[in-house]
Design a protein around this ligand. Sequence first.
Ligand SMILES: [Zn+2]
Length: 268
Amino acid sequence: MAFITEPEPVRGVLLPAADDISRIVAPNPGPMTCHGTNTYLIAQPDGTSIVLDPGPDDAAHVAAILDAAGRVSAILLSHTHIDHVGALPALKAATGAPVHAFSAGIAPDHLLRDGGEVAGFTVLHTPGHASDHVCLARADGVVFSADHIMGWSTSLVSAPDGDMAAYFASLERMLARNDTLYLPGHGPAITDPTGHTAFLLAHRRDREAAVLAVLTEGPAAIDEIVTRLYQGLADRLRPAAARSVHAHLMKLETEGRAGEQGGLWSIP
Ligand SMILES: [Zn+2]
């Protein structure tokens, strides 16, 4: 198993994702966003479209969505990170479509709840990357895995809203299912959901073991752990790596396997 890449996709147009689902890739490429945020359009029998994740606040992206969608009958949110909801005000203003989200913070028209149904999908609350993250699963095995499970990269789990223990549990939850296609928030679709989820879980366990291995040699600050774990890391990615290591350490602390004193982490 390995990470899954794709050539830079064409922007502003519908790209096929599943039978009745297409995506538009937003023009916000970056180290955390791959080629950009995937905005999904789910075609409805009545000719309308449901939009999953409006994407970043970008006028050209919103115009592309409106152009491709026809009438928008609902807007669904996987979570409320800005690269997924930046375009929500513009899209809501242009369509008047009801918004469905897990987080009450953005005042959705309908609150999603774990185990609930929306547009033929079952809501799976999958905290870790974000506390309000949901995957949406359909009976035919198609799942919007959003930023919880992506093909191109592991998810950024950044304390405090990101929670490593919750992330592990949410990976286990998805691993126990038998889905056939994951549609992620960034990057290409995942055609082997179970295998890829197992790969991500193993990758995280390796990371956790590597953090613990550093601590067995003596107390260490987060910055030092980052230097040991991420060799050749670009400076601009150091803050994200530090937040990820911190999230690992907080999980280990909760489990009684690590502790912190004066900025130095150690094994009890
Ligand atoms: Zn996110």
